[in-house]
Design a protein around this ligand. Structure first.
Ligand code: GLU
Ligand code: MG
Length: 437
């Protein structure tokens, strides 16, 4: 290993920007336990670059970024550039105590709650979409032509993700211009959200190496569908057996999973503030973009916030190993730990309150009127980030999951973003966010 290679100790901040500090790679060992210094005000930075107005953090305070060796990523160098090497970190106080605003802590506590309340473990995967920017006319969607034109980028993305331990499963040329999707294998617990952070950074690295510009922003062009992050979730018991499947029930979804879904739907407006948190995110979540047009549960339905993907029942495949929920309402402007932690907590709440299992919608939710819509439990998603922030504040249950300081700084960041783009039209906001994400 060359002494000039750097390794970065990083965390994913509240606006889903990965920030941190780099040191000579051979010195990692000296910093494994106590980490490197960090500053509370780093978590009051907005994605637009400025500090949040009304932030609880000022020039005071010290923290530590402490690496989790399980998350060590290395993508080998090529002829032009050095290796991409980083480790994801927890954010601790200088006495080693947990820090209230650490996103990994938030998810870890939600997973502990899942274990203690439901005796369950979580298996999850984040399915990302992204687009290349500034290229010529797009080839046909899903075409072999599109795949071949995306080479050698496509193969390099898959190779780099494999080196990074993300276990990519497929490379899809999606519907919107120059849009791609990379589903990855499910991982247990916090590793699923770690993979989301790693995937974005590795795709960005491969794009840089190919002199391409890539964006995971929720929406690049309001006349096209956007870039979703679909979160696939399964619950397992302590022996690793699924808690999601019951052959006697509609779509094979167990009562527990139906209640878990009902909890997510009940809190869906507030969840949007954490899962779809950029000023253009709500615009992506409108009908007929095949994202999520309404807050409801559907089987094999790409217009519903929660979907039960159809299990394969031939070639020796069994539905019990496949039946799960897909939350379609997130995007890559969301911090994956906050998004997943809040979804899990909402699901637990649905089970704890014994909510009736969510009804399963078999059609386009926008085709339903009043009474029919409410019989399926179809609700609207917030029309804007302002609305979802108001819903978060109004939903005492969801806002109660956030430590007071985390809630305060998160709202301060999001309000600062809204103020900064208040005079821009939607196309300009899309352009602005495309440059950041
Ligand atoms: N692009 C859609 C979204 O914004 C998802 C399309 C699909 O993969 O079903 O969520
Ligand atoms: Mg897709």
């Amino acid at each position: 290993m060359s002494a000039t290679e750097l390794i970065s100790l990083v965390c994913c901040d509240l606006g889903a920007i990965v920030r941190g500090r780099s040191l000579p790679a051979p010195e990692l060992g000296e910093h494994l336990h106590s980490g490197v210094s960090w500053v509370p005000a780093n978590h009051a930075l907005t994605p637009l670059g400025t500090l949040a107005e009304e932030s609880p953090f000022d020039s005071l305070g010290d923290l530590r970024l402490v690496p989790d060796p399980q998350t060590h990523v290395r993508v080998e160098p090529d002829r032009q550039t050095s290796a991409l090497e980083f480790v994801l970190c927890d954010i601790l106080q200088t006495d080693g105590e947990q820090w209230d605003c650490c996103p990994r802590r938030f998810l870890r506590e939600a997973l502990a709650e899942l274990r203690s309340q439901l005796g369950a473990r979580l298996l999850a995967s984040f399915e990302h979409e992204f687009q290349l920017l500034g290229t010529e006319a797009a080839p046909p969607a899903f075409s072999l032509e599109a795949q071949r034109r995306s080479e050698p980028f496509a193969a390099a993305v898959m190779a780099a993700l494999t080196q990074a331990g993300v276990q990519p499963e497929r490379f899809l040329c999606e519907y919107a211009p120059h849009q791609f999707e990379v589903p990855v294998a499910a991982a247990e617990g916090i590793a699923a959200a770690d993979r989301a952070v790693v995937l974005r950074e590795v795709v960005r690295e491969v794009a840089r190496r190919h002199e391409l510009r890539v964006s995971f922003a929720a929406l690049l062009d309001p006349s096209w569908p956007g870039n979703g992050v679909h979160i696939h979730l399964s619950l397992l018991d302590a022996d690793g057996q699924t808690l999601m499947y019951d052959s006697r029930r509609p779509a094979g979804l167990s009562e527990l999973a139906g209640r878990f879904a009902a909890g997510i739907l009940r809190h869906s407006s507030a969840l949007s503030a954490l899962c779809a948190p950029s000023p253009v995110s709500a615009e992506r979540l409108t009908p007929h973009r095949w994202s999520a047009g309404a807050a409801c549960l559907g089987a094999a339905n790409r217009e519903t916030l929660l979907r039960i993907p159809s299990p394969i029942t031939f070639a020796g495949r069994q539905p019990q190993t496949q039946t799960h929920l897909e939350y379609r309402g997130a995007d890559a402007t969301a911090n994956p730990y906050l998004a997943l932690g809040a979804i899990v907590r909402a699901g637990i709440q649905g089970v704890r309150e014994e909510l009736p299992a969510a009804a399963i919608l078999d059609r386009d939710p926008s085709a339903l009127e009043g009474a029919q819509a409410s019989s399926y439990g179809v609700g609207a998603l917030p029309a804007s980030l302002e609305d979802s922030l108001l819903a978060l504040q109004a939903d005492r249950t969801v806002s109660g999951w956030l430590a007071p300081q985390l809630r305060e700084v998160y709202l301060a960041i999001k309000r600062t973003e809204l103020r900064a783009v208040a005079d821009l039209d939607v196309d300009e906001i899309c352009r602005r966010y495309a440059e950041i994400y």
